[in-house]
Design a protein around this ligand. Structure first.
Ligand SMILES: [Zn+2]
Length: 387
């Protein structure tokens, strides 16, 4: 009898124990010391190691307290077959800040440099990292290439370093007229059927000039090379010379300029840095296509290492075709500045410009002027902006 009771007790204990075990045994196993990167999506299934007698999709999760935008440790509840499984996850930041150079920085000698310009620095935490810029190598009093170090550290101590190349340039040209008496004859819109005649006249008077060329006279492109070889300067005017295109945006302007400089490079072997804006920098026509475009472009071209040239004297051949020779000579021979940048045109229709040229040259040579081609030291005769 006593034996029976003992056996029964053992049996009951085993059954109760088994029931207790079956009810309380862990059916869900989760990752321990779980971590996730800040500002990334929380996928709870990633943290399930094992689901006993079930699938990951049978598990539910209440992630209510989790804030993926803030570093910290969060308590989360997983639930499987009616039972809660507490889980802790740490939101961490292990990704380095991003440092991106959006534009090359070219600066002019002896000017203030804004080292933040054209840089994009960010962190995946959304909190702007601590940025230090080491520009101790940069010397704006000397032309050259310099390395500036950008260091960004986020709140978790991740560090990124970026070495930026900065180009210190000397501005081409000068706003000051020199003491020497110089005429810079400039011909826009060529090459044309008249280029050859112009070159011959210039040679006859031992005069040098500058040709601001376009892409509209390709059959005469050989004269671009001839002008270059005879010692004249080739400058950039515009490839298409359509105001509505080139002045519609900064991008459009530089697309056109790039096309032209590539064309010229193929002819003379390098890209000129001298520019003349169609209509000059003071033109008002461009307002129709983009308000403020000349203000933007005049800065941008210099930043990019070009110089633009306007004029302080003109033949007046821009007013129309076949302006009389007498009028052209009269227009052109009224100046007495030390440095005269003279506007003239080189197109098929400007025959009278060619005819007026000898008298204009003679007039100034008699007064002691020398006719020079534009170079890096030349007076650039900037006009005041109207747009
Ligand atoms: Zn033009």
């Amino acid at each position: 009898m006593r034996r029976l009771i003992l056996v029964s007790l053992i049996g009951i204990t085993i059954i109760m124990g088994s029931v207790y075990y079956l009810n309380n045994r862990k059916m869900l196993f989760l990752v321990e010391h779980a971590k996730m990167e800040i500002n990334t999506e929380f996928h709870y299934k990633k943290y399930i190691k094992e689901v006993v007698n079930g699938k990951k999709s049978d598990v539910t999760c209440q992630s209510g307290k989790l804030d993926i935008t803030k570093l910290g440790v969060y308590e989360i509840i997983f639930n499987y077959r009616g039972r809660d499984y507490p889980f802790t996850i740490e939101v961490v930041d292990t990704t380095k800040p991003k440092i991106k150079e959006l534009m090359k920085l070219n600066v002019l000698m002896n000017t203030e440099v804004d080292l933040n310009k054209g840089m994009e620095i960010s962190d995946d935490s959304g909190i702007y990292p601590r940025v230090t810029i080491d520009s101790s190598q940069l010397d704006t009093s000397q032309v050259g290439e310099y390395i500036v170090e950008y260091r960004a550290q986020d709140q978790s101590g991740n560090v990124s370093v970026f070495y930026r190349k900065i180009h210190v340039m000397k501005e081409i040209g000068t706003s000051q007229q020199s003491q020497d008496k110089i005429v810079y004859l400039t011909f826009d819109d060529g090459p044309s059927a008249n280029t050859k005649k112009i070159l011959d006249i210039l040679d006859r008077y031992d005069a040098k000039a500058t040709f601001f060329v376009t892409g509209n006279g390709k059959e005469y492109n050989g004269y671009i090379n001839e002008a270059h070889e005879r010692g004249h300067t080739i400058g950039l005017h515009s490839y298409c010379h359509e105001y509505n295109i080139i002045y519609s945006s900064m991008d459009a302007y530089f697309r056109d300029l790039t096309k032209l400089e590539n064309m010229v490079e193929k002819i003379i072997g390098y890209k000129p840095r001298y520019i003349r804006f169609p209509g000059g920098s003071s033109n008002k026509v461009s307002i129709k296509y983009h308000k403020g475009i000349m203000t933007l472009l005049t800065q941008k071209v210099i930043e990019k290492g070009y110089q633009y040239y306007d004029w302080n004297g003109e033949t007046g051949d821009a007013t129309g075709n076949h302006v009389s020779v007498e009028t052209l000579i009269k227009n052109a021979t009224v100046k007495n500045d030390n440095n005269i940048v003279m506007l003239a045109h080189d197109t098929d229709a400007k025959d009278t410009t060619v005819q007026a040229l000898p008298a204009i040259i003679q007039y100034y040579q008699k007064k002691g002027y020398v006719f020079k081609a534009i170079d890096d030291q030349s007076f650039y005769a900037h006009q005041s902006l109207n747009n």
